[in-house]
Ligand binder design. Structure first.
Ligand code: MLT
Ligand code: MN
Ligand code: ZN
Length: 294
């Protein structure tokens, strides 16, 4: 399997257009490398590609990657569809950009598919542009993607998008995906939104080769006191690295990679002590465009 880290920043990207924080200023000054919003592409055969989440930056992410060049027909694309981990704006707005492609499949939990009809109705909009198929993902039930990958959703949290804060629906708002290539036996786990470290994740990592995990914040209080709590629990629904690092250390045999990095996160700076601590623990913070083969 091949996985391409198309985007590794949290919502807003890096730098964020209206953010004057130190890392954003350093990115504007050319001292730190910019990052686009969190999005992953996966393929079992190198021909059929699937996006995991569709970021608002999807157009530039796709046109800058040769593997996604269209052809041989005038509108043929190797992109077969999208698998959504949640319904957050930074993970779904890119769907609107993809409206020119016929026949895509979008896989998401029933909770997420409902939100994309009832709370942010991109489905009605998109159905007028393209004949897409919307497929329910049932947690723990593996499904196959064209190209040979087998994908399983594992519920992670009930963190719902702000736009859906009022809905009464409880359910699988956020899942992680276990992606297996049955040919190589390789397993990748993608978990860009972790509110806690669920025991299910430890079970998933027992036979995984690679983990892409939620690196949004380094510390719970990073975006101001109101975003974290006294116990260093999830800041704005994201488990800070100070809390996930001890858990990550328990899985030294897994290649562990940070993604969904918020622009305030000091690990963005390779010269920071926070970055050095991660590297010393064997955790990677690679740039956009990194290709992982499993
Ligand atoms: C998140 O990851 O918490 C959301 O994407 C926040 C946002 O709306 O940008
Ligand atoms: Mn996000
Ligand atoms: Zn910033």
């Amino acid at each position: 399997m091949k996985a391409i880290l198309l985007g590794t920043a949290a919502g807003g990207g890096f730098p964020q257009w209206n953010c004057a924080c130190e890392p954003c200023a350093a990115a504007r000054a050319g001292r730190l490398r910019p990052r686009s919003q969190d999005c992953l592409a996966i393929s079992g055969d190198g021909e059929d590609w699937w996006l995991v989440n569709a970021s608002p930056d999807i157009r530039s992410q796709l046109v800058s990657t040769a593997a996604f060049d269209p052809g041989p027909g005038p509108r043929d694309t190797p992109i077969r569809g999208v698998v959504l981990t949640d319904a957050e704006l930074d993970h779904v707005l890119g769907l609107l950009t993809l409206r020119g492609a016929a026949g895509l499949e979008v896989h998401a939990t029933t909770t997420v598919l409902n939100a994309l009809r009832s709370d942010l109705d991109v489905r009605t909009v998109l159905d007028r542009y393209a004949d897409w198929t919307w497929r329910d993902v049932e947690p723990h039930r593996p499904f196959e993607l064209a190209g040979g990958l087998v994908v399983t959703a594992v519920p992670i949290s009930g963190k719902r998008p702000k736009y859906a804060a009022e809905t009464a629906v409880d359910g699988d708002w956020v899942v992680a995906y276990r992606v297996e290539d049955p040919v190589t036996g390789g397993v990748l786990v993608y978990a860009p939104c972790l509110a806690t470290w669920p025991t299910a994740l430890d079970r998933l990592l027992a036979d995984a080769d690679v983990l892409l995990f939620d690196g949004t914040f380094h510390a719970a209080r990073e975006m101001g006191a109101r975003t974290g709590d006294e116990h260093g629990q999830a800041a704005m629904g994201h488990l800070p690295i100070t809390r996930s690092l001890p858990e990550l250390r328990r899985h030294p045999g897994v290649r562990r990679i940070c993604t969904h990095l918020n622009n305030t996160n000091p690990v963005l700076d390779p010269d920071s002590p926070e970055h050095a601590e991660l590297v010393a623990a064997g955790v990677e913070i690679p740039p956009d465009g990194t290709v992982v083969e499993i």
